[in-house]
Design a protein around this ligand. Sequence first.
Ligand code: MSP
Length: 508
Amino acid sequence: MSPSRPFYVTTPIFYISGTPHIGHAYTTIAADVLVRTARAHGPARALTGTDEHGQKVANAAAAAGMTPQEYVDSLAPRWRELAPVFDARFDDFIRTTEPRHVTTCLALFDRMRAKGDVYEGVYEGWYCTHDETFWPEAKLIDGRCPNAECRRPVQWLSEKNWFFRLSKYNAPLLAHFRANPDFLRPQSRYNEMMALLEEGLEDFSISRSSFDWGIPLPGGGVLYVWYDALINYISALGWPDDADGLFAEFWPGMHLIGKEIARFHTIIWPAMLWSADLPLPARVFAHGWITGDGGLKIGKSLGNAMDPYLLVEEFGADALRYFLLREAPFGSDFSISVDKLRQRHNSDLGNDLGNLLRRSLAMLAKYRDGLVPEPSDGRVSEFVADLPVLVRDHVSALRFREALDEIWNLVALLNRAIDEQKPWELHKAGRGVELDALLYDLCEGMRWLSVLLFPFMPTKSTAIWEQLGLEGTPERAWADALVWGGLAAGTQTNPGAPLFPRIEPPAA
Ligand code: MSP
């Protein structure tokens, strides 16, 4: 996220036949915070989309009495609307059934083949048709499918397929991991992938010939769905047809993923790129999993805390965004509950931030007719001097929680200033200069908060901006906006509705 280099972040593309849940919202929100912070410093781009091929999709389509294409077309809108529900703004949404994606996949396949890394082989093993899974012989139980809920007889299946010479990239990958410890974060995932690399990689099949819902290959068969899916990150940038455009500007980018798909993104995908002589992803961050709380108490109005749409209805997108990124370090698993969300909403957001705005603007209205006094250059200006760099560094290292902690230090400082300096006493004692200085610090401090919080809470930070009487929105280049004294004397503030009205627990 340096000022000189354009920034590109991606989410995994979601399985089209899945149901949107809080985990999908989590990655989406994190990507949005990253890209909004990056946009405040230079060109930045974010991508999300849907993963639409594979036998499961074909089966689900058949069960629904539709062609696979009709089926995926019917489901795509609900994934497209996911990001806007959480106030996340992506520059592009890619579907793997789009022609632009098909073109890129076939071009990459050709390149890898020309390199001698793709060869024909026989893909065989014990196959459970019901589970659509190949099983190693050692895993079978009495010659049957080892899945406890299945235990059906397996068959020996043999398909002629294309294989990728992944083993060739074992040593280069090990060297890359060793030389670039930041390539994959957090450390736990890095260690896991290092163990796989040290164990040794085997070639693997990148096509299928037993079903046809995928990208067709000229000689028959279709691309394996994961091979096809990973390529979305560069097909959305127009490689190779428009390689001088977005691809030249934004690749390599960074991938945000859930921890369960690290092997695909940090071993297979880099090897595919290497094989095609393309640059590797800049960084991959594998975040933790959200689980339900053991003692999850779900309000009567809420069916399920894992349903992100219900949570947004109850708490609003900004509070949910704040909660997900403040609750736990980004690489760790954590549990959510409606109680925890309500508590953070009422304390951090309602009491700390919302009341700060309300109290400050009320005092300004009372003592100065709501007009911002002359700029002061007091304690707050010193405190905030390093804040933009700290926040930006934390966000670019995916330390969202720490970034919010830093921002909340400013919230606390401003609240403390009111409690300690007691503006009502300054007013009574006729200490107008000191009162002006304090009121200016509060208003200008909140202008900074509004700009710094914009990536995390776009709607509420815009409300702060508007209540301060400012034009436009807090979406600004930090270098220009975060200069102390930017709030002009004489600005007429405009107090409005409380930012985060208290949410009471449902009656027992
Ligand atoms: N289609 C593949 C990804 C292909 S990327 C080239 C896929 N899709 S998915 O629909 O299953 O979504 C996976 C992503 O959703 C995970 O990587 C993760 O980002 C998110 N999550 C799914 N469940 C999750 C939790 N319970 N908690 C947090 N995030 C998890 O895999």
